[in-house]
Design a protein around this ligand. Sequence first.
Ligand code: FPP
Length: 241
Amino acid sequence: MSNNVEINMDNLPKHIGIIMDGNGRWAKKRGLPRHFGHQEGMKRVVDIVEAANELNIKYLTLYAFSTENWKRPKIEIDALMNLLVIFIRNELDRLNRNNVRLNILGDITPLPELPKREVLRAVDMTKNNNSMTLNIALNYGGRQEIVKSFKDILMEIQKGNINIEDLDEDTISDYLYTRNQPDPDLIIRPSGELRLSNFLIYQGAYAELWFADVLWPDFNKSWLEKAILDYQNRNRRFGGI
Ligand code: FPP
């Protein structure tokens, strides 16, 4: 796939979210076990992080593991956790070279020790990078995130640090995992499914949604550019006229 029209560098989405879907179907189509699809999907993570950074996207959020994904067979969960460790071990140097900061959205406390340790190490070692922020959503759910923010805000109210009268949309944003980040302008979901699946549901209130019939392991820079071009042709009104 090639795109003939140029991307307008003055109208880039600041923050792109991607629901990386279709790994299992990609493997099934080839008669392979599902984890082969995830393995190929991880290679696309590497490609798309690099491509987004080259395109000067400032925030990229990838949905890697949802709070609901624990329902999958243990062998698949183990494979995903293992891929996370491989990704960090193989890519940490490149993330640093490319000045990419790794940040996690979600509660990583229930993760097995090794992936948890590697994730925390990578977050720490990239914390001063400022070309692009790569958010990996891990054990993430949008509703759970909102519940957590309510609890944290209520604690602050109880302690007298926040007045109920001052509570507004910005207060809630400040207590989400994406605090200090712009809301996603564009949410991409490959694989043909047309839903958000609990991804950035508060932050994505005004995001442009982009769906395509391509499975994540087949997603490449051209598809990313196509999504950005389509985004640039949308008329964003934020409720105005
Ligand atoms: C959804 O496809 C994908 C996932 C649940 C996992 C995404 C993980 C990766 C791309 C690899 C590891 C990521 C990192 C950041 C190292 P699916 O399995 O639901 O596909 P299906 O709907 O076709 O079954």
